[in-house]
Design a protein. Structure first.
Lengths: 443, 162
């Protein structure tokens, strides 16, 4: 009944629009006739989608792996809300410490793929904008569901991109918490994307069969015309003369994507490539001293007072017994030195040479059991990431340190003096700075 | 089955996959509702659609259509029966660097305008370098595009006269 009503209601308007309209057609932007670029059509939309999809898959996968790396099932590690019905999956997956570069690469790829996708996403939305204003607005119930799903698709895509891009610049013009909102909105986006792919895969196949995959890229401006498509509602009703060839358009979009890739990869790979990260938040040079490298949170921002980090500082080490250790006592223990990255969720990293006491030696000293987890608390009294929990494999890796020095010098206050955690492949913020206490206990 | 397809507008698999994707979205929305400020998430979810589809895209399309109208004289053959215009439009060499600079601004404006107040606390650095970097990048894009135009134009003219 409802369907009939919908059909009738909108069907009439559709018939009316098919009558010859006297005078100039309606050219307001809220009518599909306004969108006259001859480049718009199923082939261009399909080519952009074919480029976009692998980038989105990579961005989504690395995003979920990052959630695994945060080990949200350990006490204090969850950032907002619970994992809900996905909790068993995250409980089952332990983020390994074996490959020190793993989190740096994962997040570098996440941010690079996301930024590389941004111009293609915008081009894709441009290529199909006329579909937003198609008439009749709703043909059938199936069509209505498709349009609702498109709102979730476009809203979800723009939401995860905008929040992600703002987050890496530490810009929060909203009231919600970034991590859980970005995370759960990606499910809305990906659910709608799966439905969209199922619907549009045949359209893509047909567009490539009718036009060839790359054949339209061979034509120059003079021979550029609207797509010959049997799907007439997908091409402009009254195409304007072309002002750019399809290969020109694709070259601009692709070139921008490559440029952003270089820029965002620079702050992840570091070294001389960091200079290429011109606009990236972490393409900055701190100088040439042993402590001159990227900081994630300054001591003053964390409210660390120098009175508490002075000679009176002691580490509270708790296991089956409790020890209080001064920095000098820690320094006379067996020291180990390892090159390890700090890798931020925001897609930048920096590898430095850290010296300190292996966590497993401290576990032995505290009388910890083999399957104990480790809770690390900072001198920082409030705010996020003042504590973090590590799982047994992260404690027992020989390169996991309570670092006291970096590049041969004492840690600076901004890098966590008197002592900080550094663990291979651990998300940067879990490498707790200004450590106050370490507690080994069963999970 | 045929009646279902007629009434619904597609096959049953279409309906099932639509419902499955809505179920995922619904569950995610439930999780978001448990967080602080779910209304603000909804506001931003709708806001980004409105900002892009109803403001940003129509606006830059309008600017482009004005620009292409201005450049139409260049594209038109000087006289009837003249050879087709050379495939180099000044329009593209202006709007392409402008679009890329605009995209970069759109992506990095919090840093460029210094609106990201948390950046100082996070990095220990001021974010005052980004406006200069973006302007330099924009200038470089226009210079590069201009050089490319000169080369392409020269080649195209040589091909037409030679």
């Amino acid at each position: 009944m409802l369907i009939r009503l919908l059909e009738k209601g909108f069907g009439k308007r559709a018939d009316a629009r098919r009558l010859p309209v006297p005078g100039p057609p309606n050219r307001g932007p809220f009518n599909r006739d306004f969108w006259r670029s001859p480049l718009r059509g199923p082939w261009l939309a399909s080519l952009l989608s074919a480029a976009l999809l692998p980038l989105l898959v990579v961005t989504a996968l690395t995003g979920f792996l990052s959630h695994v790396a945060y080990e949200t099932e350990l006490p204090g590690n969850a950032i907002g809300g619970s994992d809900g019905i996905l909790a068993p999956i995250y409980r089952a997956l332990d983020w390994p410490a074996g490959w020190a570069w793993l989190y740096a690469v994962n997040q570098g790829v996440h941010i690079v793929a996301g930024f590389a996708a941004a111009p293609i996403l915008l081009a894709k939305l441009w290529a199909v904008i006329h579909k937003l204003w198609e008439r009749p607005a709703v043909r059938t119930l199936a069509h209505l569901l498709e349009r609702i799903s498109l709102a979730l698709l476009v809203g979800g895509a723009l939401f995860v991109f905008v929040t992600g891009v703002f987050n890496i610049q530490i810009y929060y013009p909203w009231k919600f918490s970034f991590v859980p909102s970005h995370y759960w909105a990606s499910f809305i986006f990906l659910g709608a994307l799966a439905f969209h792919i199922a619907l549009k895969f045949p359209v893509m196949r047909k567009a490539f069969r009718e036009n060839g995959v790359v054949a339209p890229l061979r034509r120059d401006l003079a021979s550029t015309a609207a797509e010959a498509s049997s799907a007439s509602e997908s091409v402009p009703t009254d195409p304007a003369p072309p002002t750019i060839s399809r290969r020109g358009f694709v070259a601009v979009v692709g070139g921008t994507s490559v440029g952003l890739t270089v820029m965002m990869a620079g702050q992840s790979i570091g070294g001389p490539l960091r200079d290429l990260a011109v606009l990236a938040p972490r393409g900055r040079d701190y100088g040439s001293g042993p402590n001159d490298f990227q900081i994630n949170k300054t001591a003053s921002a964390a409210g660390i007072e120098s009175t508490r980090t002075g000679p009176s500082w002691t580490l509270e080490l708790v296991g089956t017994r409790k020890e209080m250790l001064t920095r000098d006592e820690l320094l006379v223990m067996t020291q180990a030195t390892h090159d390890l990255p700090i890798a931020c969720v925001e897609g930048w990293s920096t590898t430095q040479s850290w010296t300190g006491v292996p966590l497993r030696d401290l576990a032995r000293l505290a009388g910890a059991r083999e399957d104990d987890i480790l809770l690390v608390e900072s001198l920082q009294e409030s705010g996020s990431f003042r504590d973090a929990a590590l799982h047994p494999a992260q404690i027992s890796d020989p390169r996991s340190l309570l670092a006291l020095k970096v590049n041969g010098a004492d840690l600076s206050l901004d890098h966590g003096f008197p002592a900080r955690i550094i663990v291979p492949a651990l998300p940067g913020v879990h490498n707790t700075k200004w450590v106050a206490s370490m507690t080994f206990r069963s999970a | 089955m045929a009646r279902f397809a007629r009434n619904y507008g597609a096959g049953p698999l279409h309906l099932l996959s639509a419902l499955a994707s809505f179920a995922v979205a619904g569950y995610a929305a439930l999780r978001i509702r448990e967080l602080g400020a779910p209304g603000n998430v909804a506001f931003w979810f709708v806001g980004v659609i409105v900002a892009h589809d109803l403001l940003l895209l129509p606006l830059y399309s309008l600017v482009q259509s004005v620009a292409s109208r201005l450049s139409r004289a260049q594209a038109r053959p000087a006289r009837a029966g003249a050879p087709p215009p050379p495939g180099v439009l000044l329009l593209n060499h202006v709007r392409v660097p402008a679009m890329i600079a605009g995209l970069l601004f759109g992506l990095f404006f919090p840093a460029i305008l210094g609106r990201n107040e948390g950046y100082v606390d996070a990095s220990g650095l001021e974010s005052d370098v980004y406006l200069g970097r973006w302007l330099a990048l924009t200038a470089a894009l226009f210079v590069l595009s201009g050089l490319l135009y000169a080369v392409r134009r020269g080649r195209s003219l040589a091909a037409h006269t030679g």
